[in-house]
Ligand binder design. Structure first.
Ligand code: MEV
Length: 455
């Protein structure tokens, strides 16, 4: 098939069956009926529900299922939570639940929101005397705020709105480059649409006012807006969560006593604070937990990750988001992480399971949700580092992965039960499971043939 045949105009206008037929013809080797049947098998049986999911994105063919699990026994600020988690990695929910249970017996998680400021910029170019531009900005600042009142009025009624507006001149980036930087309080909303609408409003006012400003002349009247957009880097929308207990209360881990465990744990975190290779994996473990809750509650995990990783590199070197210490015989493990999440608006209103997740969490405010998510990230990180410094990660990981391997080899319930028992002791790998199932199936055939011959 020629490359040209795989390109198409007007694909979005096709009906769903037409889209599938075209894709089957040009991209799949199995027959069009097979392709259509398989994709259709994941459609929701309720037509209205399917329409809702189709409407969330574009060119929708079907639904891509992800497991929705829960991690119970989270004690956060003395409140018990059962946490919804959407994730495809097998050991994550079990690890979060295990970390949660462990700390629920040791005082639980203490979460504190440090601030909730969101930020956005109008990026523009203006050629003229910067001192003149600052005078212009001061002269029109009130007009800028008043000019977007129709957008901000509702947010202001809820206690939010624009909290600061400033002008930044940054010629080191580009000649004549300025930013109009606005800070926002978006209450319980993530606020992306609100912020972007305000910024676009500011941009239009800036252009208009510059064109009319009497002190400007010639080229100075011409203000070029490059773009108006929120920043997903929100280092001032930040939450801290911590757990702590006396070292002796940590308990023993096999032959390792509490003191040795605490020291090894702190050392492992210290490495992640200083080595970017380890920090990336360490933080990935944190986001195993964070993303799973962010997705389950209908929030934007790309924004959360982009911000978290930028924050992890805020001192010029990518480092761990969590910290651990032993002081006065007390072990403390904490995380400080930016989390611009919402509990109203966006997908939280549309996706039925996002609504259920928030209900499961007791319909929290955005601030409470920040504390919950940071605590899940910390529990996840604790469970991962605990495994790493004690048994190693593969033991638990492969145990959970065993189920996936058995599913891959289409093991029936009896084979599964037998394999789970066998691999309690034996080393788990893709090939060891395959060999085990082959031997089981050969034995089974032997027994079947014995039965068939009546022997
Ligand atoms: C695996 O998804 C996450 C871990 O690698 C995290 C870590 O190493 O800390 C286990």
């Amino acid at each position: 098939m020629r490359t040209k045949d795989k390109m198409i105009a007007g694909f979005s206008k096709f009906s769903k069956p037409e889209k599938l037929a075209w894709l089957a013809k040009h991209f799949f080797t199995s027959g069009p009926m097979d392709v259509a049947r398989e994709f259709a098998s994941f459609w929701h049986t309720n037509v209205e529900a399917q329409r809702l999911f189709d409407g969330i994105s574009e060119n929708t063919l079907t639904n891509f299922y992800m497991p929705y699990g829960v991690a119970p026994n989270f004690m956060i600020n003395n409140k018990a939570y059962c946490i919804p988690m959407v994730i495809e990695e097998s050991s994550v929910v079990a690890a979060a639940a295990s970390g949660a249970k462990y700390w629920s017996n040791r005082g639980g998680f203490k979460a504190t929101v440090l601030s909730m400021t969101k930020v956005g910029h109008v990026h523009f170019i203006w050629h003229g005397d910067p001192v003149k531009f600052y005078s212009f900005f001061n002269a029109i600042k009130d007009k800028l705020i008043a000019g977007v009142k129709d957008i901000t009025a509702n947010m202001e009624k809820r206690g939010g709105g624009i909290t600061n507006l400033e002008l930044l001149y940054l010629p080191e980036v580009e000649e004549g480059y300025y930013q109009l930087k606005a800070d926002f309080n978006t209450c319980d909303a993530m606020g992306a649409n609100f912020i972007n609408s305000v910024l676009e409003g500011f941009a239009a006012i800036l252009i208009d006012e510059a064109a009319q400003y009497e002190e400007f002349n010639g080229v100075e009247q011409d203000l070029q807006v490059v773009m108006s957009i929120l920043s997903n880097y929100t280092p001032e929308c930040i939450v801290r969560s911590e757990v702590s207990c006396k070292v002796g209360e940590l308990g023993n881990f096999g032959t390792m006593d509490a003191k040795e465990f605490a020291q090894k744990f702190v050392r492992a975190v210290h490495i992640a604070k200083n080595d970017s290779y380890r920090a990336a994996t360490h933080n990935k473990g944190i986001y195993n937990g964070i993303d799973a809750v962010v997705i389950a509650t209908g929030n934007d995990f790309r924004a959360i990750e982009a911000c978290g990783h930028a924050y992890a590199a805020r001192n010029g070197k990518y480092a761990s988001l969590s910290d651990a210490k032993i002081e006065n015989d007390t072990f403390t493990f904490s995380i400080t992480v930016p989390l611009a999440v919402g509990t109203v608006g966006g997908l939280t209103k549309i996706h039925p399971l996002a609504k259920r997740s928030l209900e499961l969490l007791g319909n929290p405010s955005a601030a409470e949700l920040m504390g919950i998510i940071a605590s899940v990230g910390l529990a996840q990180n604790f469970a991962a580092v605990r495994s790493l410094v004690t048994t190693g990660i593969q033991k638990g990981h492969m145990k959970m992965h065993l189920n996936n391997i058995l599913t891959h080899f289409k093991a029936n319930p009896i084979e599964k039960e037998s394999a789970l028992a066998y691999f309690e002791e034996a080393a788990i790998s893709f090939s060891s499971v395959r060999l085990y199932l082959e031997s089981l199936r050969t034995q089974g055939q032997g027994q079947a043939s014995l039965i068939n011959t009546g022997s």
